[in-house]
Ligand binder design. Structure first.
Ligand code: SF4
Ligand code: SF4
Length: 517
């Protein structure tokens, strides 16, 4: 029996899980138009592969990787590309972003798959197929899976952790996915084992999900995986955070500035395992995901398997519409880590695990209005990253970015525990998010200017080198010419012909003068 450990802080929250679990997993209908942002992952933008007017089939790659940290985008159904323009997207900034818009033809015609037995593939071939399928971590972080696997494989992995924890209130998409797709979760886990060759595998699920634990246990009994255990863990927020889960299961702390695979651990969400199984077995790219629609302003909360690019307004209709005043407040993610959306036209993307439809009056913090900090230290007591949230707040508020980094701002997992307990209702996590984006923007600008400087210095060096080479070439040419003119057999340079002619004229004049005397 594995000994479980505790992490610092955390909160026992009201789960609000039952509201969305009653209707099982439903298949969402496909809307008339899909809006697919070019970037739905952490990393660089993809390059569009289609133009307005192109017909696409389900599974067609419509935007390809432009760099290593990228995840391709595929057409979720058949139709015609009607625009490539800026549209509202799910982003904390609320800014629109470039989307490929598909007018759906209703036929749902798919690209012919290329079927290969995944068990015959090498680890690198599997990673390549996962990359082509555009898979990202579906727990909400949306980090591209293939570069993460490549790093993990290169580093060597001791323990593979499959994350079925889903600790945030209202969100139940992983719970329902484990109940419905337990066999695929395990097959995906098996492929991860084939790639990473871990010594042991731990499938961790919170103990408030007995049905999911039972389904995964049954599937494991039917298709056993080597050295694999299911580990129910106590329900406490944020035990689903990667670093917190690692601490619970192994007692290890990921050192500051390092990642899990730096210490031989690799975490992957259960939804990502399903996506991996589908990509390798059916040649199916990531074109849909399970999304929870819940909150206190939706008539029929539930879980839907949704094609990417579906506007949230379509899902709200499927969920019976608003239960109170239309509009309200839309949040992508849960009440702790989610962020507000600009409107219901925003499409579902790879990171959209949940949409919360809330009444305006139940949104806890109104940005810009809060009381002053009373130095009660409650935020420090609950911080699972063992930071000093109060200090971070002061420095973030004063825009003292260097000081925020000295207090390890980037170790903050944005869990929102500090904001939740703050008696002054300070939206602490919003200050941290704003500080992080300011610092990242400054680092990006610095990187750009450094790159420009390096390019300039390189050009100067190249021009100097060319000048030196040209001079050397001219010198060699001069010497070769002089050699050519050298008196035969003497090795001495031949006299200058002009000088010789002048000498001859001088000599002739001299002898004429002597004769005339
Ligand atoms: S919980 Fe709020 S009031 Fe208390 S120390 Fe932290 S920031 Fe200040
Ligand atoms: S949001 Fe950051 S600072 Fe606040 S409790 Fe979570 S990890 Fe700590």
């Amino acid at each position: 029996m594995l000994k479980l450990h505790r992490f610092h802080g955390g909160l026992h929250l009201d789960g609000h899980k039952t509201e969305s679990l009653g209707r099982g997993l439903q298949q969402a209908s496909i809307p008339e138009r899909l809006f697919l942002p070019l970037r739905q992952h952490i990393g660089e933008y993809n390059k569009p592969l289609v133009e307005v007017g192109n017909r696409v089939l389900k599974g067609h790659m419509i935007a390809a990787n432009s760099s290593l940290i990228c995840a391709a985008v595929h057409a979720p159904t058949s139709g015609t590309v009607s625009a490539i323009e800026d549209y509202p997207v799910a982003h904390p900034s609320g800014q629109p972003d470039t989307c490929i818009v598909i007018d759906v033809d209703g036929k749902d015609e798919a690209v012919e798959p290329t079927l290969i037995d995944p068990r015959q593939l090498t680890a690198n071939e599997m990673i390549e197929l996962i990359c082509r399928a555009g898979i990202v971590g579906l727990g909400g972080a949306a980090f591209p899976t293939s570069p993460k696997l490549s790093r993990g494989k290169a580093n060597g992995i001791d323990t593979l952790i499959i994350n079925g924890v889903e600790c945030e209130p209202y969100i139940t998409c992983d719970d329902i996915l484990m109940r419905h797709y337990a066999a695929e979760v395990l097959r995906g886990t098996g492929y991860l084992q084939q790639i990473l060759q871990p010594t042991s595998t731990l499938i961790s699920i919170e103990d408030n999900k007995p049905e999911a634990i039972a389904e995964i246990s049954n599937a494991l009994a039917q298709t056993p995986l080597a050295n694999t255990e299911i580990i129910p863990i106590p329900t406490i927020y944020p035990s689903g955070g990667e670093k917190q889960l690692i601490q619970i299961l192994t007692g290890k702390e990921v050192p500051h500035g390092q990642l899990a695979f730096d210490i031989g651990l690799f975490c992957q969400n259960v939804g990502t395992c399903v996506a991996i199984a589908r990509a390798l077995e059916r040649d199916e790219p990531l074109i849909s995901r399970v999304v929870t629609i819940s909150g206190d302003n939706i008539s029929e909360p539930g879980n839907w398997e949704v094609r990417l690019g579906t506007p949230i307004s379509h899902l709200i209709e499927l969920a019976g519409g608003y239960s109170h005043a239309p509009g309200g407040h839309l949040v992508m993610g849960g009440p702790m880590m989610g962020f507000s959306l600009s409107g219901a036209e925003v499409p579902i993307v790879k990171a959209s695990n949940s949409i919360m439809v809330m009444r305006e009056e139940t949104i806890p913090h109104t940005p810009g209005y809060h009381d002053e900090c009373i130095r009660c230290s409650k935020c420090t007591e609950v911080c699972p990253a063992q930071l000093l949230p109060q200090q971070l707040y002061w420095h973030a508020r004063a825009q003292a970015w260097e000081r925020t980094q000295e207090f390890h701002l980037f170790d903050c997992i944005e869990c929102g525990c500090c904001s939740a307990v703050c008696p002054s209702q300070i939206p602490l996590v919003q200050y941290y998010r704003a500080a992080k984006s300011e610092i990242r923007a400054a680092q990006k600008a610095q990187f750009k200017s450094d790159r420009a400087r390096v390019r300039f210095e390189f050009r100067e060096k190249r021009l100097l080198l060319k000048k030196q080479k040209d001079e050397e070439r001219r010198r060699l040419k001069r010497e070769a010419l002089q050699k050519k003119r050298a008196a035969p057999g003497t090795g001495e340079p031949a006299p200058d012909p002009v000088q010789a002619a002048l000498e001859r004229v001088k000599a002739r004049k001299k002898s004429a003068q002597e004769e005339s005397q």
